[in-house]
Design a protein around this ligand. Sequence first.
Ligand SMILES: Cc1cc2nc3c(=O)[nH]c(=O)nc-3n(C[C@H](O)[C@H](O)[C@H](O)COP(=O)(O)OP(=O)(O)OC[C@H]3O[C@@H](n4cnc5c(N)ncnc54)[C@H](O)[C@@H]3O)c2cc1C
Length: 391
Amino acid sequence: MERADVAIIGGGLVGCAAAWQLARKGASVVLIEAGDINAGASGQNAGSLHFQIERRFLENGDDLAEQGAQIVALSRHAVTDWATIEGDLAADLHVAMDGGLMVAETAEQVALLERKAARESHEGLAVRTLDGEQARTIAPYLSPGILAANFSADEGHADPRAVTPALADAARREGASVRTATRVRTIERDAGRFRVEGEGLALSADQLLVAAGAWSTEICALVNIHMPLYPVALLMNATERTAPMVPHLVQHVGRRLSLKQTHAGNLLIGGGWPSRLAQTPNGGFDLSARAQMIPESLTGNLLAARDVVPGVTQLNLIRSWTGVTAISSDQLPIVGPVPRVPGLWVAAGGSAFTLGLTFARMLADAMTGGDADELALLSPARFEHLNGFMG
Ligand SMILES: Cc1cc2nc3c(=O)[nH]c(=O)nc-3n(C[C@H](O)[C@H](O)[C@H](O)COP(=O)(O)OP(=O)(O)OC[C@H]3O[C@@H](n4cnc5c(N)ncnc54)[C@H](O)[C@@H]3O)c2cc1C
């Protein structure tokens, strides 16, 4: 049987970044991917590097907003990780960090922006609040209907099609073995090690990292552990290419919208509009089938884009697609060691395009003898009560 220090399940951004970081620290690593590298959410997403508190944390009351604010400490690390990744990998990932605006169209939303900025400055993230005129001075493409915006100088975007393949290449260069088209079917505990098996794979590893995105719950079930992550399907849209128009990441504090212009000139429009997950005949969600677009989501998303950046109405929509990611029961990602199973680690959920490089770097430190203190907020230990009856 093949042996490794670490087995990683999932060839998305998180798994590939962790494989690279662990291999460069000298660990022997086998990364196992059911399909192809970047086949999951990491290749389907909007590519936003958003460091301001996300709208989804702001719309459900102060407690959740407070929790969302705590993740800002990790976002500050993510700023540095993204600013250095192209140099570290010697690859062009189309990273653009020219600033991000979170806009408001109503007085209520302006008040929300102000409360958000106060929380962010308390957590050490520099965000400026601009009135509508000031916002249009730096972003003339914004509608006259924008009353205010929070501006974060570090926000931006990167190319989801480039990042994860480049990380996988870097992991290979550092000696990691990357197995695609290899679905993990069983995991057994064997004398303190993990015996991981799938098509053409029989591997014994000291440590196991589950980085399987929306599939992480079913992988954890193979080790008899509950991991409260839920799949969600989201909509994305792309317009035809146009001349440089939107140099920033644009988000909305009160409506579902993210908008940016890619290096190639297309506008990418998303922001968390739902799609419908496919179902299995016995009532569960079928993650192997494509999620279905919901027409109202498409209309809602495009109307929000039009209201914020009226110039989009001059562009043809050339592509819409759905992608599946995972959200945990408290909305925070789940990252760190699983207390009940020594050697088992998980990293899944949340906005792991923005934060995935940081999770991977911190996990690699912790898995090679460092501590996981900076990830404490995200620890799987907060759900340990769910596993009290699991053997
Ligand atoms: C439409 C959309 C837009 C988004 N926009 C943003 C954004 O702008 N910014 C942001 O920060 N985040 C965004 N996200 C979230 C972000 O994409 C994810 O958090 C991130 O990509 C997760 O990466 P991952 O490596 O954890 O998982 P994934 O990329 O999903 O990778 C998991 C991998 O595990 C593999 N796998 C599953 N089961 C098995 C098995 N049994 N054996 C082996 N391999 C297996 C899958 O094939 C898959 O490749 C968005 C998500 C979506 C869907």
